[in-house]
Design a protein around this ligand. Sequence first.
Ligand code: DUC
Ligand code: ZN
Ligand code: ZN
Length: 469
Amino acid sequence: MPATLIKNGRIITAVDDYVADILVEDGRIKLIGRNVEVGGGVEVHDASGLLVFPGGIDVHTHLDWEFGVAKTVDTFGTGTMAAAFGGTTTLIDFANQDHGKSPIAGIENWHSRSKSACIDVGAHMIMLDVNDQALADMKILMSREGVTSFKVFTAYPGVLMVDDGAIFKTMRTAGTGGGMVCVHAENGGVIDVLVKEAVASGNIGPKYHAITRPSLMEGEATHRIICIAELAEVPVYFVHLSAKEALSSVSEARDRGIPVHAETCPHYLFLGPEEYDRPNFEGAKYVLTPPLRTHDHHDALWRGLKTSDLQVISTDHCPFCFSDNKGMIYSKQQGRDSFAKIPNGGPGLETRLPVVFDGGVHKQKMTLNRFVEVMSTGPAKLFGLFPKKGTIAVGSDGDIVLFDPNESWTIRAGEHHSRSDYSLFEGRTVKGRVKKVFLRGQCIVDGPKWLGREGMGQYLKRGASGTVF
Ligand code: DUC
Ligand code: ZN
Ligand code: ZN
């Protein structure tokens, strides 16, 4: 592969801001300097007037994933291409143990599905059946596979939920090998009662998804999990944190020095429950879990990002289609007659950077450096990928995004690369656009042109998770 020189860009890392040239050779950054001269055979890209970010890292995706009776519509090929167009060059996706099967079988299945990835990928492991064999497998996953994060659910009884004892055992085992436990925190038992009561009363529209999943029940589960993690002495990471009650438990624990981490997602920062009132069942597009919350929660999350009680913005890209054109298994139409049957999740990989840049940096809610920190450096550090990923430095992978901070454009799902047929941000005009994307020095996105290929992504064995605070 030819070396690549990116000239005259304004390089932004979590701590730096300067204009320089970057030379990438054999996939890694070899040199950063001013007026770098090269001979022939080097591919030169002019980044004058553009921001130069380390490639985005999204640590929360569900590609080609069976979720109850539904399936996410993106393959690793299409999902990672969408990610690349959105300025993301690394993702960590959720592999899962199946009931009655081992986590090792789960990672083997995930490897066979993820072969088509166009960007670099790592895996977390969802634990569903926490028996002695599964706990032994966790140790192998950490030491042999570089899977150093595990996920448990306190929601979806009978499908994904495990009990507190299983969570405690998972945590203790993770702690023996540099692992961290990621948690979907909601009180599944109480929510189940509320959902059944709503359906029995004929309250079946999408808006009841939000009404039956109160923020207080996210707060309760978050507090409970922190107590269990504190006893197990293991780092814990809350996925898709959406509620101010949950955030205040995280803040309180962090103030006491407990290794508690959390992410939120763009939809929890910008979208509210009014989306569920859309006519013609379109509210179903926003049925994701936890549900969209009111604006007081958004304000709390922005504060959490400012104080570093939230360290990451991920997508929870769990893409389904609104229509059933590609098959009912992929479609929100499964829940036409009851919100409880609508597949939970939405797309987001292609819009994460521009939406947060526009609503965060341009609206002066976060600095450029903080933007890079929550999009790339923070996730890399928390999930054992730094400094290979997550920064622009000599020796790091040449994963680089050229970004025009001033271009305004309007988000249209029809122009996206995900197989999902809608965007949560359809019609939103944002300022800031991904122009070029480099994966280990190779230009894979050039404006609207796709230069990458399926299978070029590499599997990432990760180091310890949750060791930075
Ligand atoms: N939780 C996730 O993390 N993703 C999809 C749905 C869910 O409940
Ligand atoms: Zn979840
Ligand atoms: Zn998820």
